[in-house]
Structure formats: C-alpha cells, structure tokens
Design a protein around this ligand. Structure first.
Ligand SMILES: CC(C)(COP(=O)(O)OP(=O)(O)OC[C@H]1O[C@@H](n2cnc3c(N)ncnc32)[C@H](O)[C@@H]1OP(=O)(O)O)[C@@H](O)C(=O)NCCC(=O)NCCS
Length: 177
C-alpha cells in the first residue's frame, strides 16, 4: 500500500467515525420499531441489529430477552419466547417450512409453532425447526440443529441436536416447568 492510499484510508476512517454515533441511533430506532410490531413484548428486551423477525405480529417475547445480532425468526407459524432468554448471534428460529414431498416446494407451506421456555440460552449459529418446544432452563449448544423437543434443563448440541447432559440442581439455573 503506497503512502497516498494509506492517507486516503485514514481520512475515510475519520469521516466515518463521525457517522458511527448516528448508526447507533438508527439501530436503536430499528430495534424499537421491531419490538413495537411484536404480538407482545416484555420489559427490558434488547434486540441487537441487524436482526429480522418475519410476521412479528405472531411472535411473543417475554421479559429480559437478550438477542445478539443476525437473529432470523420466521414467525408465520407462531413463535413464543419466554423470559430471561439469551440468544447468541446468527441464530435461526423458524416456525415455517416447505413440504419436500410437494411437486413444487414453493407452493407448499408448512407451519408449526415454536415455544422456548424461560431461562434458555441459545448458542451461536443454532437452528430451531418448526414444532419444537425448548424446555425452561435448557442450553442449546453452538451450531446445534434442533428438530425435536428439548427437555427442561437439558444441554443439547450437534446436528441433529442430542442431549449432552442435564444441568444439575446444584449447578444453578432456574426452571419454571
Ligand atoms: C453447549 C455448551 C454450553 C456446553 O458446555 P459444557 O456443558 O461445559 O460442555 P463441555 O464443554 O464440558 O462438553 C461436554 C461434551 O459436549 C460436547 N459439546 C460441547 N459443546 C457442543 C456443541 N456446541 N455441539 C456439540 N457438542 C458439544 C463436547 O464435545 C463434549 O463431548 P465429549 O464428552 O464427548 O467430549 C458450550 O459448548 C456451547 O456450545 N456454548 C455456546 C457458546 C456460544 O454460542 N456463545 C456465543 C455468545 S453467548
């Protein structure tokens, strides 16, 4: 990289630096807008942008839900997320799919509700498929593909996700079910 190019990049970085606070406000506005579109949204909910929630009018979030960037929710079949839930980045929660036996996938639309209990931690890049219920106090490991119900306080991981272990009562973690 020559000297002029380096100077140009420094100048560009300085100019963008002034724009960054504005990006923060825009993201806060987008997050607030998304929360207001939900079927119901508890208090102290933090959705980091960019995140996408399709059909937000069918999606419920409890209190103190923390969502890292790049969450994508397909909410058409109904999605219910409890309170004190942590969702890491790049998670997909889908209540919608297509029928692989249909002649044209695009014409088939399968919907089944997803329910996530209280005090659940969903690791980065996990995918939760339609019809799944995740019990309270469960941990979904990073990269897990969850296609079956997860029992309360289970730690699951893998593709497809399997139970790794259960969180013992003396390890803490609260469960409401
Ligand atoms: C699921 C998780 C919490 C497990 O923690 P843990 O209970 O301390 O488990 P351990 O690390 O002791 O591993 C226990 C076993 O589970 C396996 N395992 C751990 N995490 C796994 C995962 N994500 N997928 C598949 N298997 C996993 C380990 O390989 C180990 O298997 P082994 O007994 O055959 O060797 C953790 O590995 C994880 O995925 N955390 C998510 C981190 C994340 O996404 N952070 C983003 C910011 S919040």
């Amino acid at each position: 990289m020559n000297h002029n190019m380096a100077r140009f990049l420094v100048l560009l970085a300085r100019r963008f630096h002034r724009v960054f606070p504005m990006l923060g406000w825009i993201n806060a506005f987008r997050s607030g807008l998304l929360r207001s579109e939900l079927k119901s949204c508890g208090v102290s909910v933090d959705i980091m942008m960019p995140s996408v929630i399709e059909n937000p009018q069918l999606v419920i979030l409890g209190d103190r839900v923390r969502i890292a960037p790049f969450l994508h929710v397909w909410g058409g079949g109904g999605v219910e997320i409890g309170s004190n839930v942590l969702i890491a980045s790049h998670v997909v929660i889908t209540s919608e799919s297509h029928d692989p036996k249909s002649p044209l996938f695009i014409d088939s639309h399968v919907k089944a509700p997803v329910k996530i209990g209280d005090n659940v931690w969903i690791g980065a890049h996990a995918i939760i498929l339609p019809g799944v219920t995740v019990g309270s106090g469960a941990v979904i490991g990073a990269g897990a593909l969850v296609r079956e119900d997860v029992p309360p306080r289970a730690v699951v991981g893998g593709v497809p996700a399997k139970v790794i272990r259960f969180i013992k009562p003396d390890e803490g973690g609260i469960s409401n079910s």
